[in-house]
Each structure stands twice: as C-alpha cells, then as structure tokens.
Design a protein around this ligand. Sequence first.
Ligand SMILES: Cc1cc2nc3c(=O)[nH]c(=O)nc-3n(C[C@H](O)[C@H](O)[C@H](O)COP(=O)(O)OP(=O)(O)OC[C@H]3O[C@@H](n4cnc5c(N)ncnc54)[C@H](O)[C@@H]3O)c2cc1C
Length: 185
Amino acid sequence: MTDDDSQAPLPGPAGEPDYPDLAERIADLRPRSRPLAAAEHPFRHVQARRFTQLVFNIPAYQRLLLDDFARDRGELILRDLRTPRDFAALPERVIVNCTGIGARTLLGDDSLTPIRGQTARLVPQPAVDYAVIYRGRNVLALPRRDGLLVAAMGEHDFGNADLRPDHEHSAAAVRRLAALFDGNV
Ligand SMILES: Cc1cc2nc3c(=O)[nH]c(=O)nc-3n(C[C@H](O)[C@H](O)[C@H](O)COP(=O)(O)OP(=O)(O)OC[C@H]3O[C@@H](n4cnc5c(N)ncnc54)[C@H](O)[C@@H]3O)c2cc1C
C-alpha cells in the first residue's frame, strides 16, 4: 500500500546498506500483486495493491515446536554463556551455536547488526483477515490469532541495539494505521 502524492514518505532506517534489488529474479516464485480499485478496499486516499503471502501464527507454531521437542525427549537448560571458553564446559560433543545477535558480544562477531523496531499488540480482531504493509509510513499490521500485531519501524532502527520499548513510537504507528481508515493520512 502506498501513499498518494499528497504526503511525503517518512524516512526509512538511516545508514542501511543499499541492498541489490533481486525481486525481478524471483518474480515467478511469488504470487503476483494486483492493484485494487478504490471501491475494493477500506482505506482512504491511498493506492492499494493486494498479494498473498504465507504467514506463521508464531505463538501456536512455537508451542508445536516445543511440544515436538519435548516428546522426543529434548531438554531445555537455561545457561548464560559469557565467553567462548564456556562452550568447553558443556558435556555435549556437538554444539550448534545459534545465539542470534547475542553472538556479537559472545564471540565478538561485528558482522551482526542489530535492527530495532517496535511491536504493539491490539486485541484480537477475527474479522480482520488481511495484513497491511503501509509503505512509506513505516507501519505493518499482522492479524495474528492472539492479537493484531502492529509493527513500527523508524529512521534510527538500523544498528540500534537499544532493547527498551518505545511506547510512543508504537502509539504513533497505531495512529497512522487508524488514519488510513478515516482518511486523515
Ligand atoms: C519483535 C520481532 C518480531 C518478529 N516477527 C517475526 C515474524 O513474524 N516472522 C519471522 O519469521 N520472524 C520474525 N522475527 C525475526 C525472528 O524472530 C528472528 O529472525 C529469529 O528469532 C532469529 O532466530 P535465531 O535462532 O537466529 O536467534 P534468536 O531467536 O534471537 O535466538 C537466540 C537465542 O540465544 C540466546 N542467547 C544469546 N546470547 C546468549 C548467551 N551469551 N548465552 C546464552 N544464551 C544466549 C538468546 O537468549 C536466544 O534465546 C521477529 C523478530 C522480532 C524482534
């Protein structure tokens, strides 16, 4: 979904690399989007396109994975690894290190870049059976069964490791989303 010309897009993350655009090469792998006429969508003053995409219902999927893991006698042990030497203290002979962005500190892996973003969860709204990507306004809304997820991106997200929630950033994203429906974009 894109703004009409009356509103300048909000700046995307500053400092982010100029990734190559490979979309053309996988154009035949993804469902094609199609433009919607104004009468076909509930939004005001924007051009909307529709496409289909697979989305996981993360909490249910996570439960399924954990249940499978437990059924196969997997065991969860919480441990804080402070230096690579701590790997040696593990009794297992094979270790798969998947500490995510934590590997940046644990292993000094500066190739990992934190990217900040905010998520807010609104009450579940079963009637909403579509996601919204509001291009140029840094908002994404996903209708998960346990709540409508509103993700907000911002100019200072790239390379930002600050884990503190920013409620105002989320609230502003919800307001931008609401304005889509009442026309005050
Ligand atoms: C808010 C948010 C929403 C997202 N939504 C989606 C989505 O809808 N769909 C999607 O596909 N992806 C989503 N993602 C991205 C997805 O969560 C990540 O890509 C994925 O979790 C990365 O998996 P990982 O196993 O590499 O790392 P992580 O999931 O980060 O796992 C790393 C683990 O290592 C542990 N760890 C780190 N350092 C240490 C240490 N020193 N000692 C011990 N343990 C340590 C951490 O506690 C953590 O449990 C989202 C991410 C965020 C932040």
